[in-house]
Design a protein around this ligand. Sequence first.
Ligand code: HAM
Length: 411
Amino acid sequence: MAALQPVRGTRDLIGEDQRRHQHVIETARRVAESYGFDPWTTPIFEDTRVFARTLGETSDVVTKEMYSFQDRGGDGITLRPEGTAGVCRALVSNGLTQSLPQKVFYAGPMFRYERPQKGRYRQFHQIGLELIGPAEPLADAEAIACGHAILAALGVAGQVVLELNTLGDAESRAAYRAALVAYFTAHEAALSADSRERLARNPLRILDSKDEGDRRIVADAPTIVPFLTTAAAEFYAGLKRALDAFGVPFVENPRIVRGLDYYGHTAFEFVTTALGAQGTVMGGGRYDGLIGEMGGPATPAVGWAAGVERLAMLLAEPPAAAVAIAVIPVDAATETAAIGVLQQLRAAGLRAEMAYRGNLKRRMERANRIGARAAIILGPDDLAAGVAQVKDLASGSQLAVALSALAAHFA
Ligand code: HAM
């Protein structure tokens, strides 16, 4: 059989890739916990109905990109294309809708049948937050501030810009939608085929079109601002004040509409020019209707998700792997004592390794090859005296250390 390849749009995370990925997730979890977010893990696949209506029947994700199938029992299953719907489903199924607020952090794989390119995969990973319960713009600002703090902790905040928009409330959106339909209908002949189709189904999505001709028409399209109700305008003003108070810089971009349909009021994206076409590293907003659609009580919520692969690519330096200490028995008779030393170091949290075979010379060569910082050499005379030789592999210097003090020596 010919050697098998990974499925198109999927990739293996090994070595530096894995370390970058892990660093993003662990940094995010740590910062999110300081903001009061608790990690949740929900299943990677769900009943298809968790996603089909809630994400938007006309959204690209639902119409073209879901990995949906019938399992052997005939149930309609979908590999999750995003994390928010599953978290809301979990909130309802676990009876937590009366225990609010819930502040949820998650990390894990998502699946979308998209055309793969740099920064875009069919299995990718997200970190995300959902802040469920509060209706105040302070919550939106806190979620965004936490996202910004994660980007800062990763050292990439300087490469991204926060773009902010409001989608208003249902009343504002209905008025805006009518204005957009009128405007785009007047330019219908010049729109791309995709956008002509969106005109009837979801005209806001035309604002997001990548087509050059569409973009020229979009440039003069009305913005939502004059259509905002007083309440929606106040909400947006409150959000901007709160972001200022958190010290999070932003620019307003009235063209941000987001690819999923559950948003109202806040919509935002952190974007970069450093990754080519796939420049959105983090995106989210407010979704006050979703939990109601999921069969729970009407519950306000706001959140975001970020692409781990995209953040990993932005990291300047990959975090280094922990450097090992090589334990080297000089002969078979000292191997048992060497295993004791190995375990003493590991129990102290040190990375310690011992080759499975080989004489002293071979084992020293291997210690150098794996980039060990030190070698602990165990010979019969030293063992009888209760010591081992510790050789610093960078400087070459060597000294005798009591066996019982080895872990402390490297602490
Ligand atoms: P989204 O904008 O669809 O939002 O995805 C969030 C982020 O996931 C994107 O900005 C991007 O960095 C990353 N991403 C999306 N698709 C891919 C892909 N095919 N390959 C690599 N990275 C990708 C959501 O998923 C919402 N659930 C966010 C949210 C949470 N809204 C409220 N709460």
